[in-house]
Ligand binder design. Sequence first.
Ligand code: CP
Length: 307
Amino acid sequence: MENTNLKNRNLISISDYTKEEYLKILDLAEEFEANPRQELLRNYVIASLFFEPSTRTRLSFESAISQLGGKIVGFTDAASSSTKKGESLKDTILTVCNYSDLIVMRHPIDGSSRYASEVASVPIINAGDGSNQHPTQCMLDLYSIRKTQGSLDNLKIALVGDLKYGRTVHSLVEAMCHFNAEFHLVSPEELKLPSSVKRHIKDANLEYYQYTELEDVMEHSDIIYMTRIQRERFSDPMEYEKVKNSYVLQRSMLENTKENMRVLHPLPRVNEITEDVDSHPKAYYFQQALNGVYVRQALLTAILGLK
Ligand code: CP
């Protein structure tokens, strides 16, 4: 039996954890879903450092911590921290380690969380670094997929939109390579999945198929994972204008989809899913966001050695 002790472990990339460790977190999250209000974090202080905007990740972490009786310190905007005065990330992390038991950090630069973990004396959870990784979103995506499909194994996953800059997609592809997934990749030519991420699929001896039309994947998918075109990652605004309306999922397009199919989206949405989809029984993205509370409770308590 593999050791799945996550105490004092960082979570920077989804590949930092094994398949057994993912499953441990998902099982723990199920326990928290049944009983989310416990006093497990009563004596703990969690730092929440958001150098980049967030609604779901930050607030679901805060809700997870509050429901477990923990305290939160931190900032929601780099401009309100001493970063604005020129303080280095290293000095910020060394300082915040003095005030907290664990740091949750979102930052616009790829690799920033890994760097923070190399200088920190407390565990770091990456809440999204640039266009690189978003491992806690990935855990809640896995939880949502298992909950809606009954299993993570042998699924046809369609990933739609900005596959180049979408960090949630990068983490999810890596994770689903452990579960014999078949990947259907829908994007404009300019926003294809990077070859470094496709490498994980090839290394796992799995298949991927690339498309430019959303209609081509609707009928055979178990999961349709929509994503926003990430305007903030484009260096040339004209390039964003060219692709911003590439995919719009409308209610009528769900007609001939599989019975078990569910639409996921990490959110925020811009215009890639019309609002009339929200009330459709196959739309799952708001429940997906709720699952983030339970998964983050599982991660925090496992990493602090409480579960
Ligand atoms: N899914 C996600 O990361 O959303 P936020 O940017 O609102 O945290």
